[in-house]
Design a binder for this molecule. Sequence first.
Ligand SMILES: *Cc1c(COP(=O)(O)O)cnc(C)c1O
Length: 455
Amino acid sequence: MRQIHPRATEESQRMLPRNLRAAPFREVPDSDWYDWKWQMRHRLNRLEELEQVLELTEAERAGISAQGLFRLDITPYFASLMHPTDPTCPIRRQVIPTDKELLPFPSMMDDSLAEDRHSPVPGLVHRYPDRVLMLVTTQCASYCRYCTRSRIVGDPSETFSAKDFEQQLAYLRRTPQVRDVLLSGGDPLTLAPKVLAGLLSELRAIPHIEIVRIGTRVPVFLPMRITDQLLETLASAHPLWINIHVNHPKEITPEVAEACDRLSRAGIPLGNQSVLLRGVNDDPVVMQKLLRELVRIRVRPYYLYQCDLVHGAGHFRTSVAQGLKIMESLRGHTSGYSIPTYVVDAPGGGGKIPLAPNYLLSQGPDQLVLRNFEGYIAAYAEPEDYTGPDVSVPAEWQRSEPGQKGVYGLLEGEGISIEPAGFRELHRRGAGEHRLNRDPEKWNPLDRQPAEERR
Ligand SMILES: *Cc1c(COP(=O)(O)O)cnc(C)c1O
């Protein structure tokens, strides 16, 4: 666990020296400190323990002592990254509750992404046509205060059992359009090693599952968990992809750099998902530094999430305008490799919606008007003779679930509109058949059937 990749960040030329560890841990021998089981057993969660590490503010004290708040647990390793006296520390803000968590806000919900409604079996969220989110545990190494799944995460009584796994796997076996399974939770890398290995091998045995992904913050909260044995388990499930979750450059320690290096060397492509958080990373300079440092440790920024409308996260929310301003500060200014996609996970279960500044200023029949990051405006002439793709496509490459083509289906001419439920009835305004309604082709586009049915 001690070999640092030579090209890791300058800070990562050395491990966190013992004298920089939080006070109660300075005497802990390295053999314990770098043992993930020791870290898990010594997580901080009580006021008295946290008081030994931090000079707590009244707001923090109130948050820590409040009844019924989202679970609190912090690995000693991650706690050592917190500033002991500065309550605005971005590490501290991510994991130490304050009384602001108690404040409701108008659009707040329990399950803002309506995941439970999209679950055919417990813990399996089948929202998109070809991939599923598979929740395998409610436990994490440490708990992020803005957790989107705080309705279940941290609660051992909500966790998933062997029987749930069997149901999840049975659904996957009988659902051949699923080719991508995303393990999450909770944090899948906190599962007992045997349970994780078992799940991965069951998934691998399903022929139509092409890739498996894991969403995990273990490399950030508990980098010592990335042991040789775990790497072996993970590599046995290839093609396996991992997304980690880093929000601030201070989280990229020598330990994290090394954990990521080990994962990369095991052939696992690494991405990062950040959440845009007020007071943590909602500043363009902080975000740019974070993204550059991620690329240096060979982690590709994947998504930047707008904070979800979830209990306890109101004080972390930023405006979408600020998110777009940050995106404006990235494109063109820095490597494309370090630019994530900014997404809003639509409330009510609409799924992820990407947002970006507008680069298309106008469009005529022959020309587009585009602008670049500098404000340079150009006309781009469309080809005059283009009539669509002229390539042969094997029929078996086609894969789409009926009714799932969405807006793309409109471009393919598979219909002329997508209508909200009740749309036709509403717009009829109670009128029956009358002479103007008799020729739907001509007079009433609302009654036109999709091309398929008309034939
Ligand atoms: C985010 C998410 C996925 C994966 O989406 P990608 O855009 O493919 O990364 C799948 N299912 C659910 C429910 C999700 O929230």
